[in-house]
Structure formats: C-alpha cells, structure tokens
Write a protein that binds this ligand. Structure first.
Ligand code: G6P
Ligand code: MG
Length: 211
C-alpha cells in the first residue's frame, strides 16, 4: 500500500525531550516564568518561535520581536550544547533494525521534522546520510500542524501523498499528516489523541503495517 515512510525525528527516531526541557527551563528561570514537563509536552512538533510563545504564556511583561529572537537563540544555544551529549547509543537497536528492515523491503525512508537541528541530531546518532530525504525546519515556512514539512518530504522522495505513511509522536504532526492527505501512525503520546490511522505500541510495529 505504501512506498515511502516519513518519520518525525524528535520522539520517534530518538528522544530529545529532556534536552528541550532543560534548555527551555533555563530560559524560563531567567525570565522568572513558570515552566514544567506538561508545558514542555505542548512544544512537541511546534517550531522554535511558536514554542517560545507558549513558554511566554505565563510571562507578564512584554517583549519586542527582537528580544524574542534573542531569547529563542539563547534557548537554541543551550539546547545545541546539550545535543553534544548524544551519540549512537541514543539510537535504539529496535529503531535501527526496523529502519534497516523497511529498507530491505524496498521502502523509501524520509525525515519530516520541524527542527532546524535535524541534521545535527541525525549526525550525533549516526544516521547522517541514512535517509533518502530530509525535510526539516530549514526548508519550510509553516510548521506542523501545517502539512508543508511532510508534503516536501514526499516531494523529495518523489512519491504522491497517498503512497506515504507518516510516523508521529505529536498531535500537531498527526494533524499535519492528515491535512497533507497522508496516512499516519501514532507512537507515544500521539496515541492518546486517537486521530491516527494506526496506533503503535512500539516502533517495530511499523513492520506489521509495511509488509
Ligand atoms: C521538533 C520538536 C519541537 C521543537 C521543534 C523545533 O518538532 O518536537 O519540540 O520545538 O522540533 O526544534 P528546533 O531544534 O528547530 O528548535
Ligand atoms: Mg516529535
């Protein structure tokens, strides 16, 4: 049924949540803004600037666009420093073996991530040059739930939307896939939104869908 699989990166291929959390918490503390894991979970799949707006919901002061840009840059610097802690051990054997198996079965494999750090993260976990295409925060103008990032990924692998399966851990990502006319499989938290075509209890369950 499908010819390509488009994977979200953060929360699907590897886990960067704790680094995002630590970096946003650092910024929030500096601004005196309350921030917790629950707020952090709302940032999944959301672009950096939109994430900042969510973090600032509890901020009483007013910031100029330039200040916002400065703060989002500061968060990113802290985040990138933390990403240096990642290595090939952050890619699970299950994920790697599943990807390899999909490849053997003839599927094209792509990344569809809102992150501008996708390339760096892939490099850290040893998947640089592994995917047939990477569509990320650097080649889009609208982030999830807009379908742009997935439509670009489909275009990069030269497949129609109906031929692509999207794998996502965020509600915004499931919405994006649906808007783009793609079937989607939810993993992790996204299972709870009950909007996906498939719910995965583990990554390797994809092999049951893409036979
Ligand atoms: C992913 C993460 C989000 C993050 C976004 C932008 O979608 O799930 O939590 O805000 O990427 O990441 P970036 O690395 O560009 O700041
Ligand atoms: Mg994600």
């Amino acid at each position: 049924k499908y010819e390509a699989v488009i994977f979200d990166l953060d929360g699907v291929i590897c886990h960067t949540d704790k680094y995002h959390f630590a970096a946003w918490k650092c910024l929030a503390d500096k601004l005196g803004v309350y921030f917790d894991e629950q707020i952090n979970n709302r940032l999944r799949g959301v672009s950096r600037m939109e994430s900042l707006e969510i973090v600032l919901e509890n901020f009483s002061g007013k910031l100029t666009e330039q200040q916002k840009l400065q703060y989002s840059n500061q968060k990113n610097e802290i985040y990138c420093d933390l990403l240096k802690n990642m290595d090939s051990s952050d890619l699970s054997i299950e994920v790697k073996q599943t990807l390899d198996q999909l490849r053997r079965r003839g599927y094209l494999l792509a990344i569809g991530s809102s992150s501008k750090n996708a390339g760096f993260i892939l490099k850290q976990i040893g998947l640089e040059n592994y995917f047939d295409a990477i569509s990320d925060g650097n080649n889009i103008t609208k982030s999830k739930p807009d379908p742009e990032v997935f439509l670009m990924a489909a275009k990069f692998v030269n497949k129609a939307a109906e031929m692509c399966l999207v794998v996502e851990d965020a509600k915004a990502g499931i919405e994006a896939a649906r808007k783009g006319g793609m079937d989607c499989a939810a993993i992790g938290d996204a299972v709870n939104c009950n909007m996906a075509d498939y719910n995965l209890s583990k990554f390797s369950d994809i092999l049951g869908i893409c036979e």
